[in-house]
Design a protein around this ligand. Structure first.
Ligand code: GLC
Length: 415
């Protein structure tokens, strides 16, 4: 059975590899996550008062885009409107519940796009489909259709006033299962106005990796490592993306200390690339749009690792073969790369606690014959031996003074 080739925009998206997800809205002022309105059953009349203190004084889109670039990220997906219904963009008369009508008085999406462009970062728009202002999950059929007109008009605004964007990322169809969300109409509108934009619709925690409407370009894996996608016999090539919180909240959780470490970010990014998927890592900005210190530091530290391994990470596609543990092989153009997890540290026994291991690791089923290998970070050569039905890479460990968590070697082959 044949495997379809990705359309150019999908292939481009895959090479973006690593992105920053930003959940920012009025809820950020409460510091308890983006579901607070719903969790506390706060009526819109009360909740919407948060608009009066939303100044966006600390939002510097260019500085955020610069941080993302330093972190090795190539795109940013911003919540232009989340379930609370407040828009960071100028809805141009569709509603007054938007940033230009708050003390902020600015079109924050316009700033976001300009900041991204200045730093060579691709802007992507998250947009909710679940809207608590309309009670779109539970309202009557007639009101739901009225709501869909408003939603589509909102998306049309986003598709017409900000130049070419990287994609539209929808979220919330799961809130009204079985409803006619008129996806066809929405996606055709996007295809017409933004032919190069990715169309994504988050299938949520219960349906990770599910393919939905035929115009969708990428499936989502919310908060879990992606599975390799089987595309045999499919009509179109659909990519994959894992989105994940850096702690346990999307919108800032001021008392959430449950953070991922740079080591975990590195492992997760590598694990996504093993499945050929992108990694969209979330940060919840502060009440007025600043980036919290820990998140900034963790992203930049992991970015030092990304820089050492840029070629395989961005351009590498998974290669069919069997490796030990979580190891895998990527192909970027004519080059093959071996990605090694759980390597031990070697050197001074008295000061290192070792959980990893060094030594031979087998690759089975790789069509090319590997002659030699070299670690990208140090240039150290690794011995490779051939057995009857597999090849062995003799992995050295981390010399005292280094530990890359995940290490990548370029493989020299005979073709
Ligand atoms: C879930 C949540 C939402 C969040 C999204 C991100 O669907 O409802 O708050 O924005 O996941 O993937």
């Amino acid at each position: 059975m044949s495997i379809p080739l990705p359309e150019p925009r999908v292939a481009r998206f895959e090479r973006l590899a690593y992105g920053l997800f930003l959940h920012w809205g009025l809820y950020s002022q409460m510091g308890k996550g983006e579901w607070i309105m719903h969790r506390k059953a706060i009526p819109p009349a009360t909740y919407n008062g948060l608009k009066e203190s939303f100044t966006a004084a600390d939002f510097d889109a260019r500085a955020i885009a610069r941080m993302a670039r330093r972190a090795g990220m190539r795109y940013i997906t911003l919540t232009t409107r989340h379930h609370e219904g407040f828009s960071l963009y100028d809805t141009r008369g569709l509603s007054t519940f938007d940033a230009p009508h708050a003390p902020a008085g600015r079109d924050l999406v316009a700033e976001f796009v300009a900041g991204c462009r200045a730093e060579d970062i691709v802007p992507v728009f998250y947009h909710t489909t679940l809207d608590w202002q309309w009670d779109s999950a539970h309202c009557t059929e007639a009101r739901f259709r009225e709501y869909l007109d408003y939603l589509h008009a909102s998306v049309e605004v986003l598709c017409t006033h900000y130049g070419p964007i990287g994609g539209l990322w929808f979220d919330g169809n799961w809130s009204r299962p079985g409803a006619d969300w008129q996806e066809d109409r929405l996606y055709r509108l996007i295809r017409r106005l933004q032919p190069e934009a990715m169309i994504i619709n988050n299938t949520g925690l219960d349906a990770r990796g599910a393919t939905g409407h035929p115009l969708i370009d990428s499936v989502t894996f919310e908060q879990d490592l992606p599975k390799p996608l089987n595309r045999e016999g499919h009509a179109r090539y659909v990519s994959g993306e894992m989105c994940q919180t850096m702690n346990r909240h999307w919108g800032i959780g001021a008392n959430d200390f449950n953070y991922l470490s740079p080591a975990q970010l590195i492992q997760n990014l590598a694990a996504c690339r093993r499945a050929g998927a992108n990694y969209l890592l979330n940060v919840g900005p502060t009440a007025q749009g600043g980036i919290p210190d820990y998140e900034r530091a963790a992203l930049e530290r992991a970015g030092d690792w990304v820089r050492l391994h840029a070629r395989p990470l961005y351009d590498g596609q998974p290669v069919a073969c069997t490796c030990e543990g979580r190891d895998f092989v990527l192909r970027a153009g004519d080059e093959l790369y071996y990605v090694a997890f759980e390597l031990g540290q070697v050197g001074l026994e008295h000061v290192t606690v070792n959980s990893g291991r060094v030594g031979p690791r087998a690759i089975t089923g790789l069509s090319a014959e590997v002659k030699s290998a070299v670690w990208l970070d140090s240039g150290e050569e690794l011995a490779v031996t051939q057995e009857t039905d597999h090849q062995i890479i003799h992995c050295t460990g981390y010399p005292y003074g280094t530990d890359l968590v995940v290490r990548i070697a370029r493989l020299h082959t005979t073709g």
